[in-house]
Design a protein around this ligand. Structure first.
Ligand code: CTP
Length: 407
């Protein structure tokens, strides 16, 4: 899955011959899973039609401060709010960017909707220059690039090749594929968890009684999967060790290892822990397993059946004993004396953070799509959060870890 998946991209199209390539660009971005809206200058419309770009982006195309009505329409013109458009965007890409627009951007001119969006944008701005070779090497253009880059804008270098004038040199807009791969590489290189290795456990474990029965619990794995996806989305290399669940991962950057029993989870976790920077054990591990697993299906011969259980290995506690520089996170699911119990677990298992959920809280715990957590750090400081979707809870946990590990 591309890092552009789910991103809101505002594409600014200005009036150069390369504007026809904006159609390919929109298509590629949409294929990568991005939501694309287009804002174009009026001269760009000479080269590519708004209808083409709106059809490909599946969104309205914006060009002027007020919506243009056709001659037969008696509607009041609608105001196109440049601030809303700019704030909607996770990134603003201007491609092609003509010398004229770039110079206006560098000098704060604001005589069209695209420039108003640029001045209102808080997101990263990328621009792909497109102009003839003499214009590209002109000292004024060089000064414009320097000024724009000093503001934090990101230049996607123009390519060498034959230009519309017939001359050969630098100035041709980078090809749409190159622009998309430039964006992906640039975003990936700036992700906050780039280079960090995360080990995450999720789901229940099943402890076999006989070949057809097991002891398990109601954990769906949703919390652990959401944490894995969030960490991977922020650039971490993630190994997810999952007990039996019906869930599917959305992010192909997560390496998944399926296990069934606590023993298998223990072995897998130990295989990866040494190489990890952060370990988050969100699995609802079985605390006891049958002392003996019957080799054949147990027949119902008696009215009573007693199963002898044996404690499983505590995976989290074993990591707490051996950890070196790893940031170790455990979960505590409690029904009474929640904070006190969680703080005891934090200390006893030598954790850096414990995520407390109380089964007494509505919207928390197993199977739900929401959770209500309290984070308790090594300093014993408690941070309570309201009920939120598990994906947002995952963000809160990861943000806390980023804060603590960069401190
Ligand atoms: N855990 C583990 N291995 C086990 C049992 C639990 O790694 N055999 C981990 C869980 O993944 C969780 C944390 O320990 O991160 C706390 O689990 P919990 O069941 O709340 O606590 P326990 O330590 O098992 O204590 P108790 O069940 O007595 O509350």
């Amino acid at each position: 899955m591309s890092v552009l998946n789910g991103k809101n991209i505002l594409l600014g199209v200005t009036g150069g011959i390369a504007a026809y390539k904006a159609a390919f660009l929109v298509r590629l971005l949409v294929k990568k899973g991005a939501n694309v809206k287009v804002v174009m200058t009026s001269s760009a419309k000479e080269f590519v039609t708004p209808l083409t770009l709106s059809t490909l982006s599946k969104n309205e195309v914006y060009s002027s401060f007020t919506e243009e009505n056709d001659a037969n329409s008696f509607k009041e013109p609608k105001w196109n709010n440049h601030v809303d458009l700019a704030l909607w965007a996770d990134l603003f890409l201007i491609a092609p960017a003509t010398a004229n627009t770039l110079s206006k951007m560098a000098n704060g001119a604001c005589d069209n909707l695209l420039l108003a969006c640029y001045l209102s944008a808080k997101c990263p701005v990328y621009y792909a220059p497109a102009m003839d070779l003499d214009m590209y090497v002109h000292p004024t253009t060089a000064a414009t690039f320097k000024k724009l880059n000093s503001f934090g804008n990101i230049q996607i270098p123009a390519a060498f090749g034959e230009l519309a004038s017939g001359l050969v040199g630098q100035g041709r807009m980078a090809e749409p594929e190159e622009i998309v791969s430039f964006l992906e590489k640039d975003i990936l290189s700036k992700l906050p968890l780039k280079g960090k290795k995360f080990l995450i456990t999720a789901g229940p474990t099943y402890e076999a009684i006989d070949p057809v029965r097991f002891i398990g619990n109601h954990s769906s794995g949703k919390m652990g999967y959401a944490i894995a996806e969030t960490a991977a989305g922020l650039g971490a290399e993630v190994v997810l060790i999952s007990g039996p669940t019906a869930l599917k991962l959305e992010n192909d950057f997560v390496k998944i290892i399926h296990v069934t029993s606590t023993e298998e989870m223990y072995n897998s976790v130990h295989e990866y822990f040494g190489k990890s920077d952060v370990a988050i054990l969100s699995a609802a591990v079985a605390d006891y397993r049958p002392s003996e697993v019957a080799s054949e299906k147990i027949k119902k011969k008696t009215d009573d059946l007693t199963l002898q259980l044996k404690k499983t290995k505590d995976i989290l506690a074993s990591l707490g004993e051996m950890k070196k520089n790893q940031f170790l996170v455990g979960f505590a699911l409690e029904t009474e004396n929640e904070e006190e119990n969680a703080k005891l677990k934090l200390k006893k298992k030598n954790l850096d953070l414990i995520v407390l959920n109380s089964l007494r809280d509505k919207g928390a715990g197993f199977k739900t799509d929401t959770n209500k957590i309290t984070l308790i750090g090594k300093d014993n400081k408690t941070i309570p959060f309201p009920v939120k979707p598990k994906k947002e809870v995952a963000k809160d946990i990861i943000e806390y870890i980023i804060e603590q590990t960069n401190a």
